[in-house]
Design a protein around this ligand. Structure first.
Ligand code: IMP
Ligand code: MG
Length: 180
């Protein structure tokens, strides 16, 4: 008998819950920076969907830039090393910077980003992350704005990938591989 090997997906956070929470996070940011401009930096590629929904709910003068780093190989495990793949287009000196991440996992990526961006003298530097897996932390970092705290499961969807797949799913899903 031939058994098809399938990657199983189960919805963890539904699209309606994501939409509601993104609006709340944007409202918090809008309140915190009342009367000021924010410069939102998306960490490619995982944060692109979260960022695009988030900025449209922020009611402030807003500018956007992107940075790309790689900390993961093709699979689920971090290499523990961060490499800058694409730098920002413009200076952040004197700006209220909000780094937008898809997920805080070990914290290695964010520790690296905070270090290199702090050196560039922003007026303020905060972090917004859609998801947080605090149980996996290796480096002591925290998000200022966190959408959802989740257990130690591997998730895909709403920007998050497994080997570049599933970023387009509207819900955040737990991915179970056939080997697990
Ligand atoms: P960290 O450096 O370990 O905090 O890893 C952060 C990056 O790892 C995120 O921006 C994601 O791209 C990736 N990552 C961590 N956990 C997951 C997950 O559960 N699903 C998909 N990508 C993940
Ligand atoms: Mg990834």
């Amino acid at each position: 008998m031939k058994v098809a090997l399938q990657e199983e997906r189960k919805i963890l956070i539904r699209r309606a819950a994501i939409e509601k929470r993104v609006r709340q996070v944007a409202l918090e940011i809008t309140r915190d920076f009342k009367g000021e401009r924010v410069h939102v930096i998306g960490v490619l590629k995982g944060a692109c969907i979260f960022l695009s929904d988030l900025v449209r709910e922020i009611n402030l003068e807003t500018s956007i830039d992107f940075i790309a780093v790689s900390s993961y190989g093709r699979g689920k495990d971090s290499s523990g090393q961060v490499r800058l793949l694409k730098d920002l287009d413009s200076s952040i000196a004197g700006l209220n910077v909000i780094i937008v991440e898809d997920i805080l996992d070990t914290g290695i990526t964010l520790t690296y980003l905070l270090r290199i961006l702090r050196q560039r003298k922003p007026k303020s530097l905060r972090v917004a992350a859609l998801l947080d897996k605090p149980s996996r932390r290796v480096k002591p970092v925290k998000g200022d704005y966190v959408g959802f705290t989740i257990p130690n499961v591997f998730v895909v969807g709403y920007g998050l990938d497994y080997a570049e797949r599933y970023r387009n799913l509207k819900d955040v899903c737990v991915l179970k591989l056939p080997t697990e």
